[in-house]
Design a protein around this ligand. Structure first.
Ligand SMILES: Cc1cc2nc3c(=O)[nH]c(=O)nc-3n(C[C@H](O)[C@H](O)[C@H](O)COP(=O)(O)OP(=O)(O)OC[C@H]3O[C@@H](n4cnc5c(N)ncnc54)[C@H](O)[C@@H]3O)c2cc1C
Length: 480
């Protein structure tokens, strides 16, 4: 189905926005699409919603769209939830596909499942949950697409894992010439390593074969500590206690006491695992309260302190056991804001564990000077990624996922840009990396030095896709 700008707006694909009328009649029907940042309204020649079901010829439909993009000399890009924040899923003046739906086939003997790239994690979790299984790795929120997750090579909070790609057995990709190529660590391995974390620049991912693990009931435990002790405590818990199955950390975010305290939350498999386990449940009333407190933090230092008090002092006594699947099934809507003058922007840094205290000190200097409101930081353990060409964790890292609220407008942008560049430069000095799916605020030389295989990535892109049909804003800004 091709969506005109009007039908996109009426149909409530929340990511589509109003914008300038078509500048040239030959582009009609033309859509303006955006991503979760709400800072990237971009005209596209066509926006095609492709909802796959088990019997669909998804490959044929994608082939057709790629062929017409090539014939018209346009860009082509797929997105699912479009929660990347720098136009990584948007082909300017090109053919934009929003891919959703798909099939899922479970192989109990291999402990794998084959899944359509447009499936979202909340759909995958429900299908696996019914059979007693759980995704090995996915992001902390369940709205995102499986194909996107491979393209950004996400990480999550199940332990002890590297990024998502380390749990991918194979993927099928439609290339620029329409050929369907299967790739894995042993078959077309060069393409596998490029497409993993390759932001769709090598082809359209249509399905993937992924590792799964048994679902389990997990019990939380909270330990409060000085941030200087965090890296050791975190790596020790995750690496030496086999009962720890999920883990994350938090740091206090009020400006005057930024990163003064850390919290380590580990989830262990309890001794009694009821059979069957309780079915995955939607998050309930407490989430509404948490969201209200979370949103109140913008402009209110007392709310940041109150949230820390709830998290560090109240949660440990009220948090109960939950299944792995319920913990992973967290919707992004839980963080939603109704304020249309501001937007939430994520940053993420991957820090060598032995430089974690230096990272804390860097943030203490840089972040309080910014106008952006710092809402949250979550810390994750990410094991080494030996495969992806654009690897952000070539060795094990502590990931710091940070959320800021910024004003929508030039001042908000300038402030965010300056803070991002400074943090990236500081993290570069610590031997760490920044994550690519967010705002495109790194300088090109920062990208090159933090991702040292950039030239190889760009040369391979030109080899596999000589007409450069697979392009998005990140290609233009960082790699073109
Ligand atoms: C609230 C929030 C929490 C997050 N938490 C985490 C986290 O815990 N861990 C983490 O690693 N990341 C996290 N992220 C980042 C997130 O993983 C990425 O933004 C991811 O891209 C979101 O998936 P999506 O479906 O929205 O991707 P999209 O933005 O739709 O696409 C991302 C990229 O993949 C490409 N792509 C998508 N599907 C295909 C396909 N089938 N074929 C070819 N190319 C394709 C797109 O063109 C684009 O380049 C978070 C983001 C947000 C907003």
């Amino acid at each position: 189905m091709t969506l005109s700008r009007r039908s996109v707006l009426k149909g409530g694909l929340g990511l589509a926005v109003s914008g300038a009328m078509p500048a040239r009649a030959d582009f009609s029907p033309r859509a303006v699409i955006n991503d979760a940042s709400r800072l990237n309204p971009t005209p596209v020649a066509r926006h095609v919603a492709l909802k796959a079901d088990a019997t669909d010829d998804v490959v044929g439909r994608i082939r057709k769209e790629i062929a017409s993009a090539v014939a018209e000399g346009r860009r082509f890009a797929i997105g699912t939830a479009r929660h990347s924040m720098g136009g990584q899923s948007i082909p300017k003046d090109g053919v934009a596909i929003t891919l959703t739906g798909g099939h899922i086939d479970i192989d109990r003997a291999q402990m794998t499942y084959r899944v359509g790239a447009g499936m979202r994690w909340f759909e995958v979790i429900r299908a696996l949950d019914a059979e007693g299984f759980s995704p090995a790795v996915m992001q902390s929120n369940s709205d995102f697409g499986v194909g996107s997750t491979f393209c950004v090579n996400s990480h999550g909070w199940p332990t002890c894992y590297g990024p998502f790609g380390t749990t991918v057995r194979s993927v099928q990709i439609v290339m620029a010439d329409g050929e369907l190529v299967e790739c894995s660590r042993t078959k077309n391995a060069e393409l596998f390593a490029l497409a993993m974390g390759g932001y769709g620049l090598f082809g359209a991912i249509v399905d993937a074969e992924l590792d799964m693990v048994p679902n389990a009931l997990l019990e939380p435990s909270y330990v409060r500590m000085d941030p200087s002790r965090f890296a050791d405590a975190f790596t020790k818990a995750v690496e030496t206690d086999p009962m720890v199955r999920m883990a994350y950390g938090r740091l206090s975010v009020a400006r005057e006491s930024l990163f003064d305290e850390a919290l380590l939350i580990t989830y262990r498999a309890g001794a009694s695992q009821s059979s069957p386990l309780p079915a995955v449940v939607d998050h309930g009333a407490l989430t509404g309260f948490s969201r209200d407190v979370y949103r109140l933090q913008t402009g209110h230092e007392w709310a940041k302190k109150f949230r820390w008090f709830v998290e560090a002092s109240v949660s440990p006594s009220i948090a109960g056991a939950a299944t792995r699947n319920t913990l992973m099934d967290e919707p992004v809507a839980n963080l939603a804001s109704g304020d249309r003058t501001r937007t939430d922007i994520l940053h993420e840094y991957f820090v060598p564990p032995d430089r974690f205290t230096d990272f804390v000190n860097l943030c203490r200097v840089v972040i309080p000077k910014a106008k952006a409101e710092f809402l949250n930081v979550t810390l994750r353990y990410v094991d080494a990624d030996p495969v992806a060409v654009l690897a952000y964790a070539p060795q094990k890292r502590i990931a710091a996922v940070m959320s800021f609220s910024q004003e929508i407008g030039p001042e908000g942008e300038v402030d965010m840009m300056a803070m991002t560049e400074t943090l990236i430069e500081g993290v570069k000095g610590l031997g760490g990396a920044f994550y690519l799916p967010y705002r495109l605020h790194a300088q090109r030389d920062q990208v090159r030095s933090i991702y040292p295989r950039t030239d190889e990535f760009v040369a391979a892109k030109r080899k596999f896709d000589p007409s450069l049909v697979f392009r998005n804003a990140m290609w233009d800004v960082y790699f073109s």
